[in-house]
Design a protein around this ligand. Structure first.
Ligand code: FMN
Length: 325
């Protein structure tokens, strides 16, 4: 399948694996890229320019295909060495960067000069237009369904994607709630040039996370996510568990007075315990409503091949039937 996104990134299928904290290591990115999608290493998980450079080198040993690096700008207690991370990406010869969180304007000139394509993750049409105006090459439009940070507007993809299509000139991928061939065809129908998946890629054989995480996603239904940190305007969609229910109780009790320190135990530094050690009640971890559509743990190649075959079947059979073809 050829779209503006496959052409821009030099990939076979219009499917991207979004950056994911403590999931987007070289093993994950290489598996997705080897399967014809675009795998993405999560820059901040590595943390330092040296470690990121090592991970990029490792990924290059595992695949000859293009892969990207995610650079997330979020409110953190100790700001990472962003200039150093940018340099590691450019020196490592990476050709695609997924930016997220704040406006990436400050880093754009460095990537432009180095010929690196930038896809910025946005949760609204106005942020997408801003990304376009500052020179981003593409955007990833994340609807309210998405795992991670859906923003504060709460617009689901059924509305957000066509709205983005009406306004944007640069290509965009649909993100949030994507799982299968139906998601891909629906995204294309609504004006996207491909799709980005997070949660779905965690439940794959190659995802370098504890088996408990994969099993939790398979076991979960679409009713099992919660929105946390809403009062801090830093909303995150997470899988429910004991720590999350405790967190929500604290939010309820503190009301408008809630401070980050009140919930630090449930959110800070919990990812290694969950993703690496498989302690599923250690704290809040991002997960999309799409967990309700996930009931197996295939390889990335099986998953992507299946999505493409299903998309093909829907376009050439199911949709064609409605035209009386
Ligand atoms: C466990 C997990 C961690 C994530 N970490 C990040 C991150 O560090 N930076 C980022 O830009 N997006 C992050 N995301 C968001 C994903 O890249 C992607 O946009 C989102 O998962 C799409 O929604 P879906 O889960 O419904 O597919 C994360 C998502 C998950 C599930």
């Amino acid at each position: 399948m050829k779209t503006r996104i496959t052409e821009m990134f030099g990939i076979e299928h219009p499917i991207i694996q979004g950056g994911m904290h403590y999931v987007g290591f070289a093993e994950m990115a290489a598996a997705v890229s080897n399967a014809g999608g675009l795998g993405i290493i999560t820059g901040l998980t590595l943390g330092t320019p040296e470690k990121l450079a090592d991970e990029i080198a490792k990924c290059k040993d595992m695949t000859d295909k293009p892969f990207g690096v995610n650079l997330t700008f979020l409110p953190t207690v100790n700001a990472p060495d962003y200039p150093g991370l940018v340099k590691a990406i450019i020196d490592g010869g990476v050709k695609v960067v997924e930016t997220a969180g704040n406006n990436p304007q400050q880093v754009l000139p460095f990537f432009k000069d180095a010929g690196v394509k930038v896809i910025h993750k946005c949760t609204s049409v106005r942020h997408s237009l801003k990304a376009q105006s500052i020179g981003c090459d593409a955007v990833s439009v994340d609807g309210f369904e998405c795992g991670g940070h859906p923003g504060e507007d709460d617009i689901p993809n059924m509305i957000l994607l066509p709205r983005a299509a009406d306004e944007l000139e640069i290509p965009f991928v649909a993100s949030g709630g994507m799982a299968d061939g139906r998601s891909l065809v629906a995204s294309l129908a609504m004006g996207a040039e491909g799709m980005n998946m997070g949660t779905r890629f965690i439940a794959t054989k190659e995802a370098p996370v504890h088996e408990n995480v994969k099993k939790a996603i398979v076991a979960a239904s679409e009713l099992d996510t919660r929105l946390v940190m809403r009062p801090l305007r830093n909303t995150e969609r997470v899988m429910t568990n004991d720590a999350v229910e405790e967190l929500l109780q604290i939010e309820k009790e503190k009301g408008a007075d809630l401070k980050f320190e009140d919930i630090i135990e449930q959110v800070a530094g919990v990812y290694p315990r969950i993703m690496t050690e498989g302690d599923m009640d250690a704290g809040a971890w991002s997960c999309g409503m799409v967990a309700g559509l996930i009931d197996d743990i295939p390889t990335c190649k099986e998953l992507i091949d299946r999505i493409m075959a299903e998309a093909d079947e829907i376009i050439s059979q199911r949709l064609a039937r409605f035209q009386g073809a």
